[in-house]
Design a protein around this ligand. Sequence first.
Ligand SMILES: Nc1ncnc2c1ncn2[C@@H]1O[C@H](COP(=O)(O)OP(=O)(O)O)[C@@H](O)[C@H]1O
Ligand SMILES: [Mg+2]
Length: 276
Amino acid sequence: MSKIRVEGLKYRYPDMDKLVLDNLNFEVEKGAFIGIIGENTAGKSTLCYALTGLVPNFFKGAYGGTILIDDLDEISDVTRKVGLVFDQPFSQMTGSKTTVYEEIAFGLENSGVEREEMRIRIDESLRLMDIEHLQNKNPYDLSGGQMQRVAIASVLAMKPDVIVLDEPTSQLDPKGSDEVFQVITKLAKSGITIIMAEHKLEKLAEYASKILLLHKGKQIAFGSPEEVFSRDDILEYGIAPPVYTRIAKAVKPKTQAGFYPVTMKDLMQQWNVGDK
Ligand SMILES: Nc1ncnc2c1ncn2[C@@H]1O[C@H](COP(=O)(O)OP(=O)(O)O)[C@@H](O)[C@H]1O
Ligand SMILES: [Mg+2]
């Protein structure tokens, strides 16, 4: 079973004097969808790098605590099992391949996956990302949303246990953003563990099982979207809660459980409106 346990994680970039990750402690169950939120410079990207081993292996710096995956804490195991998708799809393309198919094949070729197995994995990734029809196109002729789906497909084909996405839709227009969220939802349903830094809280409210709120490198909260978005002090951390939560906050007291609704569905249910 693939479970991630982060214990006392601390990190400081080389030659910097302040901790960028300051004592993080949380656990992620297999198949969970975790949203990482926080204002700019909160440490979201750095945490994504730590989860994939880039911190401290690539960025160096001072590191403390442990990240245990399946109770293995060797970074080589971590990097093997965790795939990372960056915010900028363009920068993730190899730059040397002329078709989407070859682009996705690149990582597999490098890790010596057999031809037949390679074909199966690429077909599966293309299907999951809804890009079968693009497989013979040049990656650089694609839209941002399509390119990001190719980037995710390339990561998926490596069969990671966990996929970490660092604001994968921040560089995309609304259409591209929707396309990417749609395939991420599909991924979540497929049972793969997803950890995603994201600004679009309405989307996280809908899909995330838990939210990790960071502020200046510190872990402020780790709980359900209802629990975290209902916090009365959330604005202090530079977070405007989802629009449905704001509406509910403005006009109604909290629910019996002490939380505000976070999605339109929840809000309508609480107010007994809509389909019966
Ligand atoms: N390569 C780096 N070297 C030094 N400091 C960095 C580096 N990358 C990020 N930082 C600093 O680390 C802090 C957290 O940054 P980051 O993880 O990018 O936050 P977020 O993704 O939440 O915006 C910021 O203060 C940022 O300036
Ligand atoms: Mg970032």
